[in-house]
Each structure stands twice: as C-alpha cells, then as structure tokens.
Design a protein around this ligand. Structure first.
Ligand SMILES: [Cu+2]
Length: 150
C-alpha cells in the first residue's frame, strides 16, 4: 500500500518535472532515532541512477567516504573531509559502502543501493570490516535483499 502511494507520488512528480533527479539527505549523528550510537540516518539508501545523496554532518566529528572495493567497477570513489557536507551523484548501478572514518569500527556505515540490479553485490558483501562495521553491513545487506526479493 505504501509502495503504491509512493509510486504515485513519484510518477506525478516525474510528469511535472521530467528531468529532475532526486536528492536524499543522510544525517551523520552521534545518536540515532533508535538509540544506536554513531549512525548515518537513514543507513540504507535506495535510489535510481542519476540521483544524489547529501551527507550532512548534523553532529560532529563525522565524515562520509566510500569503503574500498565496495563500489561498482568503473565508479568513482569519494571521500568527504571531516565535518564536510558532501553531495554525491550516483550514476552507476550497484551497491556502494560508505563509512565514517573515525567511527567505522563503531559501526558507522551506510549502504547506497543504486538501480534495480546490483552487479557488484556479492563482491561488496565479501569485503571485510572492522569491529561493528561488520555487523552493521550484514544487517544492511539483509535489509536490502529482503526488500528486493519480491
Ligand atoms: Cu562518525
């Protein structure tokens, strides 16, 4: 039901402004809405090719940078400075792992899923992580696959 409502909204927006890509805001927080420490919120971002994600350092100190080997082949890596707001446009379909450098081991990671199929999904899942980064990424991949299995 929710999906249908969202689709309708997206469709009417597309009719009004055909060329406009979407931008999703992701906050970098010391404490998430569910009480978790050091989070990107939302941590799972599903977008279409050409959309952008704006990483906002709502709290400090945080940054957003791509995790090595967690991006599709040929896609450009990105690395925001500490407390820097960055906007990244994702043109290439696939999954992108994002981490905050100082809080990676505390599980401050995000997953950007672009498009419908993810050619680098298995490679990205095979990447090893520090500390709680591992559990958080496992949970995000689980959430992603639960949503796309239908
Ligand atoms: Cu951080």
């Amino acid at each position: 039901m929710l999906k249908r409502a969202l689709f309708g909204a997206v469709l009417s927006a597309a009719v009004a402004v055909p060329a406009l890509a979407d931008e999703v805001e992701v906050k970098m927080l010391n404490k998430g809405a569910n009480g978790d420490a050091m989070v990107f919120e939302p941590a799972l971002i599903k977008i279409k090719p050409g959309d952008s994600v704006r990483f906002v350092p709502t709290d400090k100190p945080h940054n957003a940078q791509v995790v090595p080997k967690m991006l599709p082949e040929g896609a450009e890596a990105f690395e925001g400075g500490m407390n820097e707001e960055i906007t990244v446009t994702f043109d290439q379909e696939g999954v992108y792992g994002v981490k905050c450098l100082p809080h990676y081991g505390m599980g401050m990671v995000a997953l950007v899923a672009v498009g419908e199929s993810y050619p680098n999904l298995e490679d990205a899942k095979a990447v090893r992580h520090m500390g709680r980064g591992k559990q958080r990424f496992e949970a995000l991949f689980e959430e992603l696959e639960a949503g796309t299995s239908s």
